[in-house]
Ligand binder design. Structure first.
Ligand code: ASP
Length: 326
């Protein structure tokens, strides 16, 4: 018997065709996308739903919490895996939210497309077929949420959109993809161990601001953060996690009132914790109460902090969540 999969479509370029005005916009739903790829019927028994039809910059963390709950309900009802279709602009964020929230070992796969549904060489059908193949294989169990585009299989915690236009836009700069769909068969060349999940049902995500450190003295911007209404902050430091020396005491004062996480603005690699000893370097900032993000990008660190803040604002407890990514 073929595996049972839930396929949820949220919108994105994969669903977009020209409309009345200029440019393409979301229109198609999961049922139409599935109907355009007849080979899917041979791989899985699919239940299709289209809870949203939006461009992915309009998705919210709360939307993805709802998606996580829907997937959990489908798993409780016996589904073997889930595929989420959405815009590529925020795939790396959505996938990480689902990785944090959907427990168990059944595969969750996120996919999209870089070319519109009726563009020459549209990549949506091939990406959907590959994503369903991955969600349907027992080999994908236990790997958490995966992102499948352009035949590559990425782990949610590593994947990044790395080009604005190419079908090969998705990369995992730190570790590489886990595998690829080759000759129609998902092949895994390495595996990740799952990190602890958070409960999907723990209430609304908390507002967290992500701020990038830039050359020069940006203290005026950092000074505004305490009154921003956010519950926590992620600072993307330079290099291994560094800011201007004058910014260090301001961030320390902020960390005395709110959880402040230190990530890096560099494309890949963990923030350091014990190498640089100058003012504004990682030893100084961590000593002032900032929490190191490990190898999580600023985008993903923001999501972990936003969801972890639902259960605690204790700095030590939050630090333990991030320690899993050190
Ligand atoms: N702007 C689009 C979106 O994220 C891009 C895409 O889907 O590739 O919805």
């Amino acid at each position: 018997m073929n595996p049972r999969l839930l396929v949820l479509s949220l919108g994105g370029t994969i669903t977009m065709v020209p409309g009345a005005g200029r440019g393409i916009a979301p229109k198609l739903g999961a049922a139409e996308l599935i109907a355009s790829v007849p080979a899917l019927a041979e791989i899985a028994e699919i239940e299709a739903e289209s809870p949203l039809r939006v461009a992915s910059p309009s998705l919210t963390i709360a939307n993805l919490v709802d998606v996580a709950r829907r997937i959990e309900a489908a798993f409780a009802d016996g589904a073997d895996g889930a595929v989420v279709i959405q815009g590529t602009d925020t795939i790396e964020e959505s996938a990480f939210i689902l990785d944090l929230l959907v427990g168990g070992d059944r595969p969750v796969v996120v996919t999209g497309a870089m070319r519109g549904a009726d563009a020459p060489g549209a990549d949506g059908p091939a990406n959907l077929l590959a994503a369903v193949r991955v969600a349907a294989t027992a080999d994908a169990r236990g790997l958490g949420t995966l992102v499948v585009l352009n035949y590559a299989i990425h782990a949610a915690r590593f994947v990044q959109k790395s080009h604005t236009a190419l079908p090969s836009a998705f990369l995992s700069p730190l570790a590489g993809p886990l595998g690829a769909v080759i000759e129609g068969r998902p092949r895994f060349f390495m595996r990740v161990t799952r990190n602890p999940c958070l409960a999907a049902a723990d209430g609304p995500p908390r507002p967290v601001a992500l701020v990038k450190a830039t050359m020069g003295d940006e203290t005026h911007l950092f000074r505004l953060l305490a009154e921003s209404g956010c519950s926590g902050f992620v600072i993307e430091g330079m290099g291994a996690g560094h800011v201007h020396a004058d910014a260090a005491p301001i961030l320390g004062a902020l960390a005395a009132r709110f959880p402040v996480v230190l990530a890096s603005r560099v494309v890949a690699g963990p923030v350091f914790t014990e190498t640089y000893g100058y003012p504004g370097a990682e030893i100084d900032l961590i000593g002032r109460g900032l929490i190191p993000a490990g190898y999580l990008s600023g985008l993903k660190a923001r999501l972990l902090l936003s969801l972890a803040l639902r259960e605690t604002s204790d700095r030590r407890a939050i630090g333990e969540h991030f320690a899993a990514y050190a």
